[in-house]
Design a binder for this molecule. Sequence first.
Ligand SMILES: O=C([C@H](O)CO)[C@H](O)[C@H](O)COP(=O)(O)O
Length: 284
Amino acid sequence: MAQTQMALDSLDFDATIALAAKVAPHVDILEIGTPCIKHNGIELLKALRAKFPNNKILVDLKTMDAGFYEAEPFYKAGADICTVLGTADIGTIKGVIDAANKYGKEAQIDLINVNDKKARTLEVVKLGAHIIGVHTGLDQQAAGQTPFADLGLVSGLKTGAKVSVAGGVKAATTKQVVDAGADIVVAGAAIYGAADPAASAAEITKIAHGSAAASKGGNKLLPWIIAAVAAVLVFSLLGKKPEEAAAPAAEAPAATEVVPAEDAPAAEAPAATEEAAPAEPAAQ
Ligand SMILES: O=C([C@H](O)CO)[C@H](O)[C@H](O)COP(=O)(O)O
């Protein structure tokens, strides 16, 4: 399962709050994008924090200097995650990680424009980075770039830090990025540019959460499969066909529940759908 994050990239304070109200029930994390936080400042974070207590909030500071000093007020005001540029000095990155740890929150290191993404990832993970952000920025997207190859590289390192992916992700590519190892799927334009942002957010979250729902459904079937295999083995050892065995016949109701295995997933489906339903942001 991956979490979803919606990037609020408007410059307008009220429009940002209004858009957040539409999408908040359908995503896990609300992101205050870099242009948005620069334009509106910490008051916007405070307003969003008060209105949306059930969502995590990421403030995309993209800090380049004075890491602790810049990030601390945002954690104090309710940010759950602040970003720092991977191209920044290692002391700056450490400062944001330290500020996050002071408040029990998380720091995300954004790999935008980092040349050696493998080396920097390993370096910042050693410092305790909580999230690695694989990110193709808006200007890079305009030049035709995508984050997919970098995502494979970073998630393949299996560092233990979460991996976030941003850069033009939409419903059609959500499963691809989740399967490639993203723990957090970020979507901005795909949601705010949609005719129905809430529906677009819900669709992306359903896909991102759905991978886990499907695999959880599979796990739930495992005991039934084991029981069915065990029953067949017992019948074989007794040298009887299942339908001839009196005692096992008493177990028939259970076997009946197992045999139409195709029905079992359907029986699990409502639960899986509920889990996938993005009505409530997932607890983290
Ligand atoms: O981080 C972003 C960008 O650098 C401006 O702050 C975007 O929020 C991020 O790229 C996600 O938006 P989309 O690429 O439109 O999905």
